[in-house]
Write a protein that binds this ligand. Structure first.
Ligand SMILES: [Zn+2]
Length: 247
């Protein structure tokens, strides 16, 4: 694939970068990434994937735009209230970068549809607000062998991790399945998912390009209250039914 002047100019600043170049730009153009969620995390994830020229972007969300979303979900505007989020998201992304393919899936991710949804993609980025969806994704990505990236936000704290099956630790090793599942809306400021979603997009782009050191086997934490980043190294559960050694 050869790039015309439009692409050369559009992506000029990243084509200049060590680790990208024209070859990297071609990898991005041929990449297929599935993003689960178009909310506070999904907004920066989707905009930055589209900005970088990721050729095919699948978008999963079954929700409608609500007034309480606008404080952080900047893919959706006042005029979009009550619209399907997938429709609103695809409209903005097409206007932003018209050269890419956007595939909306107006479904909730479930155990029944997860393999069909993720099977077409080389990478999954989770931009969701609940553990159930992450657990379904974790199991399916380890079954099929697709890398996935998780971002989490709560009050003044955010986390990011990259999972590279079959290598553990996986999501279940880190968080277990019996932890407390908070109910009700999570309090937060919109800039927090902005930070965390941007890191998820960056990690995704690195994986597509096979550059840098992926944030796998460690959990990055961002404390917005103190303005500090930190990380911890989670251990793999050797008996983990998802990524552990069998038998
Ligand atoms: Zn595991």
């Amino acid at each position: 694939m050869n790039f015309g002047d439009w692409e050369q100019n559009r992506y000029f600043r990243q084509i200049l970068l060590m680790g990208v170049g024209e070859e990297g730009q071609r990898k991005l153009a041929q990449a297929k990434v599935l993003v689960i969620g178009t909310g506070g995390l999904g907004s920066p994830v989707l905009y930055y994937l589209a900005a970088a020229g990721v050729g095919t972007i699948g978008i999963v969300d079954n929700d409608h735009v609500d007034i309480t979303n606008l404080q952080r979900q900047f893919l959706h505007w006042e005029k979009d209230l009550s619209r399907l989020k997938t429709e609103s998201a695809v409209e903005k992304l097409r206007a932003f970068n018209s050269t890419l393919q956007y595939i909306p899936y107006t479904n909730r991710l479930t155990e029944d549809n997860v393999e069909t949804l993720i099977g077409e993609y080389q990478l999954v980025i989770a931009a969701v607000d609940n553990r159930e969806t992450r657990e379904i994704l974790n199991r399916a990505c380890y079954r099929i062998g697709i890398p996935w990236i998780d971002g989490g936000i709560r009050e003044y704290t955010g986390t990011v991790t990259v999972f590279l099956p079959p290598k553990g630790p996986c999501y279940e090793c880190i968080y277990g399945t019996h932890a407390v599942r908070p109910k009700g809306p999570i309090p937060l400021l919109g800039a927090l998912p902005g930070v965390i979603g941007s890191i998820e997009a960056m990690e995704g782009i690195k994986l597509i390009l096979s550059i840098g050191i992926p944030m796998a086997g460690r959990v990055l934490t961002y404390n917005a209250w103190t303005g500090r980043f930190d990380e911890f190294i989670p251990s793999q559960d050797p008996g983990c039914p998802i990524c552990g050694m069998k038998g």
